[in-house]
Design a protein around this ligand. Sequence first.
Ligand SMILES: NC(=O)c1ccc[n+]([C@@H]2O[C@H](COP(=O)([O-])OP(=O)(O)OC[C@H]3O[C@@H](n4cnc5c(N)ncnc54)[C@H](O)[C@@H]3O)[C@@H](O)[C@H]2O)c1
Ligand SMILES: O=c1ccn([C@@H]2O[C@H](COP(=O)(O)OP(=O)(O)O[C@H]3O[C@H](CO)[C@@H](O)[C@H](O)[C@H]3O)[C@@H](O)[C@H]2O)c(=O)[nH]1
Length: 472
Amino acid sequence: MRVSIVGSGYVGLVTAACLAEVGNKVLCCDIDSAKVAQLKNGISPIYEPGLDELLERNQREQRLDFTTNIEEAVNHAELIFICVGTPPKEDGSADLQHVLKVAQQIAVHMNGFKVIINKSTVPVGTGERVADEVRRTLIQRNTLHAFTVVSNPEFLKEGAAIDDFLRPDRIVLGTDETPAGQRALRMMKALYAPFQRHHERLMCMDVRSAELTKYAANAMLATRISFMNELANLAEKIGADIEQVRAGIGSDPRIGFSFLYAGCGYGGSCFPKDVRALIQTGEEAGENLSILRAVNSSNQRQKRVLVDKIIQRFGEDLSNMTFAMWGLAFKPETDDMREASSRTIAAELVLRGARVQAFDPVANETARKALDEDLATFRQDGPLLGHFEVTNTQEETLFNADALIVCTEWRMFKSPDFLMLSRTLRQKAVFDGRNLYDPALLADYGLIYEGVGRRAEPADQGMPVEQIRLAS
Ligand SMILES: NC(=O)c1ccc[n+]([C@@H]2O[C@H](COP(=O)([O-])OP(=O)(O)OC[C@H]3O[C@@H](n4cnc5c(N)ncnc54)[C@H](O)[C@@H]3O)[C@@H](O)[C@H]2O)c1
Ligand SMILES: O=c1ccn([C@@H]2O[C@H](COP(=O)(O)OP(=O)(O)O[C@H]3O[C@H](CO)[C@@H](O)[C@H](O)[C@H]3O)[C@@H](O)[C@H]2O)c(=O)[nH]1
């Protein structure tokens, strides 16, 4: 089939590459000409495992191309996916300006029947707003073409996006009952047939329910994480260990193990924004979503939990301190820094005069830009006391460092040389925002360990480092 994708970001590119991979002719459009030029030269603007190979192969085999020309994209296909951003507005609601702009542009260039597919995460009612925008533009231009709007929310996770798209848990399709809606449904079923060979994964519903399903899924997952984060904070105070509690409850199949990891808060381009947008939808509908309000504020507090521990240990003035920071991206296997907890932590430390030496295997560049922006607002009030920099290796972060902070659970950080850490860190302290390490083992190495909801082991009760060295 012929498919056009408008918006070539994380969702647009993954959708385009995966649809091309199964034989569709895909044209991907973006307003960012630098991004399109890069893509045309075979360079992916984002880090997503497996994406580069798919982009390269499908471009080479002429099933995938890129353009900045929306008219070309509209003419290319009957199926047009909208995959542009829906960032949060000041009040938390989703900003639909990019979605509605694309709807209008589709109408301007419409040359026949079109199925307009909302893949961007959009609030309930957006399908109707997109249809209104198209209808209004068609009337203004005195043209008449049949079209329908489908909701097809995307559930991929960054870092595992290709696999999530090729082997989805479910494919949600929201269509209306009109003949055009039913024709679109048949086309969409055919488009997704290659991704559900083994069993039916399609869930067909009305447009509004499909739109709400997306927010409900993210809000539920964010709630689970925040529930565990709050229990972790409690566990610390009453001498329990959240990792043991997690294992204890996850084994109940009604609860399950997924998304039960406590840590230094959830980030990314979806959970924080979508929770806030759903709260706003509730507000507009006169429904106070009190659980989600609590989740949102709980997560904002959680992003500071390591900062509080650091202040408690070293005091408010950190001007003589250097922190090594491992991991900057909001999760492993991505370079995405949107709403990453590392940003909150690094900025808070720099404002207190600390030097932060950070390393992420793929997000160093995006992190440098993000922190520059974050700290710029504070620079307006005078020169910063501290300093943030990224280093080329994990080891370089440790140079003259007092303590280590782990923000992202990249595989390479999971089993470090604890003896070396114990000898190198001046204050022998490890603040583990992802609960990667065993508190008792670190105590054996004479390291002070602070996780999230872990039972602390006094470092001085462990075997002294020198003794370990003699024993080994
Ligand atoms: N990133 C994810 O993991 C993920 C997963 C599921 C759903 N979503 C949702 O999908 C949507 C897109 O997210 P993303 O992370 O891919 O965003 P992104 O910021 O990575 O990409 C959006 C792209 O749209 C382009 N764009 C903006 N206006 C345009 C226009 N008028 N014409 C053509 N291109 C235009 C931008 O230049 C950008 O390249 C959002 O609604 C998001 O909530 C994201
Ligand atoms: O047990 C857990 C699981 C995740 N996280 C954090 O939660 C955030 C989000 O993680 P994840 O959901 O894996 O990444 P995203 O790529 O943001 O994916 C979410 O957001 C996407 C955009 O809407 C959806 O498509 C996905 O289904 C949904 O999982 C990250 O900061 C994680 O560190 C935890 O703190 N504890």
